[in-house]
Design a protein around this ligand. Structure first.
Ligand code: CMP
Length: 136
């Protein structure tokens, strides 16, 4: 049975600002992910609020949405076997201070907000998030 999955990855403003796009894409490719689609954009705060709607009751919601809309981001569809969990493992813990050696957030993350990358956390959210950025 094939468990080839697609997940949404975002290279966040802090990483785009530091020109880390190619380095991070190279890490994905080295770890067996195919980058199926990619789009560099800057979104409005209202769009960030829709994207992070699952977090709307959290105390950090407003800052999070302000931050995601603060500069250009690179949205990508990554494909691999078990892509959703594989990407989460490769990104490391949400807070870079807790992230494991060898993970993207350990290497590049600055803080829990400026943690360089986002990745879908479930199959259901991967579909929603891919559709958010790549509705044809
Ligand atoms: P991300 O994977 O993009 O999903 C939601 C984001 O909220 C998360 O990464 C963090 O950058 C940010 N965030 C800020 N504060 C917190 C917190 N206390 N717990 C979880 N996520 C947080």
């Amino acid at each position: 049975m094939s468990n080839l999955e697609q997940t949404l990855s975002i290279i966040k403003p802090d990483a785009v600002e530091r020109n880390l796009e190619n380095d991070i894409k190279a890490i994905f490719k080295k770890n067996g992910f195919s980058i199926i689609k990619e789009k560099k954009i800057q979104i409005e705060k209202s769009e960030a609020e829709k994207f992070y709607k699952t977090h709307e009751t959290k105390p950090f919601y407003d800052d999070l949405c302000t931050y995601l809309s603060s500069g250009p981001i690179l949205a990508m569809v990554l494909e691999k076997k078990n892509a959703i969990s594989a990407n989460r493992e490769l990104m490391g813990s949400t807070n870079p201070d807790d992230a494991e050696e060898g993970t993207i957030r350990k290497k590049y993350g600055i803080s829990i907000d400026k943690n360089s990358v986002h990745g879908s956390d479930s199959m259901e959210n991967a579909k929603i998030e891919i559709n958010f950025f790549f509705k044809d």
